[in-house]
Design a protein. Structure first.
Length: 60
């Protein structure tokens, strides 16, 4: 497996076990900023991981 694919899978694992859970821990007024920031980090990290996973080695 290519190094970029391994990095992408590690990013996804970290995001799922940290930021994604933080976004859904508590639904109170005090945690709305934490939820918004956690979801933003989750979305950005998933997009980066998708690009890294699909990058691969070019055969040109």
């Amino acid at each position: 497996m290519a190094k970029s694919k391994i990095i992408a899978l590690v990013i996804l694992a970290i995001v799922v076990f940290t930021f994604f859970q933080w976004a859904f821990i508590g639904f109170s007024v005090e945690t709305q900023l934490l939820q918004a920031l956690s979801m933003a980090v989750t979305i950005i990290a998933v997009i980066v991981a998708i690009f890294l996973f699909n990058k691969g080695e070019s055969s040109h």
